[in-house]
Design a protein around this ligand. Sequence first.
Ligand SMILES: [Zn+2]
Length: 454
Amino acid sequence: MSYDLVIKNGRIITAGEDFVGDVAIAGESIAALGQQLSGSREIDASGLYVIPGAVDGHVHLQMPIADIVTADSFEQGTIAAACGGVTSIIDFVEPGKGQDLVEALEWRRTEADGHVVIDYGLHMTLLDADPLILAQVSEAYDQGCATFKLYTAYPHFYLTDDELYRALRAVAEAGGLAVVHAENYPVITEVWKRLLAEGKVETKWHPYSRPAVTEAEAVNRVLSIAHLVGAPTLIFHLSCGEAAREVAYAKERGWAAFGETCPQYLTLTDDIYEREDMPGTWFICQPPIRGSAQAAALWQSLATGSIDIISTDHCPFSAEVKKYGEQNFTLTPGGVAGIETRLALVHNFGVLAGYLTLNRWVEACCTLPADLHGMTRKGHLIPGYDADIVLFDPRKEITYSAEMLHSNISYTPYAGITVKGAPVTTISRGEVIVEDGQFTGTRGRGQFLKRRYE
Ligand SMILES: [Zn+2]
């Protein structure tokens, strides 16, 4: 039997397996795994890792905040993702106050469809607990938004405990997953006020303004309320051991609690807020980047599984926009870029440093994100699944610079960092869209992923 495309002699690494062999693709799907398969096109993957395409469950492309917008369009951001070995992303619908959820979803899709180069899903943001809006949660789920974003931070998004209770209940009733930004915003606001009154306006005060305990407390509270109403819940961007321990404790009690962290919390430390060569505002994100002991605690939590997955929270603002916070760190639009660098950073600082096995690397970056977010054909190298595959060269060395990356900003938080091991070829639904690190796909080929739980 001859297939359309066969990846030959690669080291096939999945969440559970590790062997040398071939992967055969027919059309857009994986057809077979085995030895000596043949196809009308063959790619020699000798010496390379063959892994499922990475899934980034948390990105913000062309996201408006007041009069500014994140720097990457759906096209540019997904090209950067593809070059980093990512074959699916999940972005967000942010409805206006009182706006119909499905109408907001359709509107957001018009910004992405025809532009994305890889497949994408959308989380639905619940801004408040308006009963008319919560009554639409099931319909949004049926339209493929299986996951609902709730915040306990930011003035426009903040949910009080009673609102959290009602929103989480609606998510539970629809059969969805809640994804939550958990920080104690009222307390953080008070800490800000005190710091600013003392003249502490420089970026180095950013981590002091959002202490680990304000994150851990919110995680505990959110997971407790979620358990009360039976809502499976994924805590986004865990940044410290204290918060990760709350997720671990919930898991120990048998709760449907999951954790996500991001490379900026794993590979950077809070001295970046005081560096001479780069403005600290570039690194302002919420929660903040913390000390090296916290990064080590996060790696440990990933190794034991109390943190399940790694995404990026890719949220790039231009260097110009980051200047808004120069005189007062609290005015900085928060977010860092990372959509292209995750697989290689986690491989280098996680696998090569001895925290994670190769299988756990694939599980945390590719397989579990697909499973947790309700993608039914992604994240696995199994016949019948989409042929989303990445060839990763463990010998290739890269020193990061903004110029070599594809994000539409003039800087990268990872400038000067050298990693060993990098993605070289990306295949999306059977089509080679990145070859030798060069994007070769076409704009608009990506599809909206209707996600659901089975
Ligand atoms: Zn985010």
